[in-house]
Write a protein of this length. Sequence first.
Length: 437
Amino acid sequence: MPLLNETHDPGLTSWVASANDGRTDFPIQNLPFAVFRRQGSGEAWRGGVAIGDRIVDLAAAVAAGVFTDEALAPARAAAGSTLNDLMGLGPKSASALRHALSKGLRTGATEEAALSACLVPQAQAEYQVPARIGDYTDFYTSVHHATNIGKQFRPDNPLLPNYKWVPIGYHGRSSSIGVSGQSFRRPHGQAKAPDADAPVVRPSQRMDIELEMGVFIGAGNALGEPVGIGEAESRIFGLVLLNDWSARDIQPWEYQPLGPFLAKNFATTVSPWVVTLEALAPFRAPFTRPENDPQPLPYLSSDANRAEGGLDIQLEALIQTPVMREQGAAPARLALTNYRHAYWTAAQMVTHHTVNGCNLQPGDLLGTGTLSGPTLDQACALIELTCGGKHPIALPNGEQRAWLEDGDTVVLRGWCERPGATRIGFGECVGTVLPAV
Ligand code: CA
């Protein structure tokens, strides 16, 4: 579990002035990684680190000779077109690079002249999915989401008996994962009305979001070698925001007995900036279980996981309709929640995923599942917020939404703030629903 160190010092400031305004997601205490290039430039994709409203171009910084010693290998690994190599080097290497960047970007750093020539404005950048994602697994770690959804699909039996014992997940699809800014066609699929004799195939009429976090795997594990709970966090590189777009009319007809399939795999959007577990060290939270619930089995349990296995990350989902866009209206909030409400921690996801010897590889992505909190305003999918479409949401401009309509844009945001620590954020995860083919 990463410890607090000098890179988290709230007293640190940067010679990049926009990093010091107290509002940015990217102060010098954050230093998240992305893969970027200048918009429309045809330049090579390469790794970058956010500082204020700029990006440190890691390929340029390596070429300028900014990095030495233990920071050199991870900087070279991060300068390529994906972050897989950096992720695979493990947490010590990523930490050495973070320390070098923290030192070089500090007010008064001797590296200022060399590094200032390597800055690209974020406003001029475009991004790519930060890693080549070999495998994507989506978990279901919010008991509140599982209960709310279960009530709609199985009113008599909302929470299945395995939920409180096993971190539920399924293997998703990586080919349709896109980066923030993604737009996708409303999917077709089979849907069957409860009173109909047969299903029909048509564009989904119940397009929904799922506000999740994505966990990028760093150094993986060999096939056949489980990762114990004490080692699990050393296999995590960092976290992003994730929107698991869902077709709620396709899902109930297809999901039994093998789980989600075409209702989920037509698009998944992630934010470009991967916030490292080390950057999140000041925002740890205890992992607790309600008194009357079963405690996790020993392989999913440790003192460290109980003390600080959770993460205190504020999460927000917002919507902007085409009419709002025309009116110049800002996106309106749908939900505000916190990752700390999850029933299973990130470490427990890794340990459970590998308990059978399944190998995780650098750049694999684990979704947390929809991170709904205990109250309705913390529900992170429309199916919960509108009670299955029965109670549409009233938007500030008088429009209503039961489900997403064509042209609707959904924005996810995430940030951490605590007394004694510098606020850090995840940037945005934005996606838009286009009309069906
Ligand atoms: Ca999901």
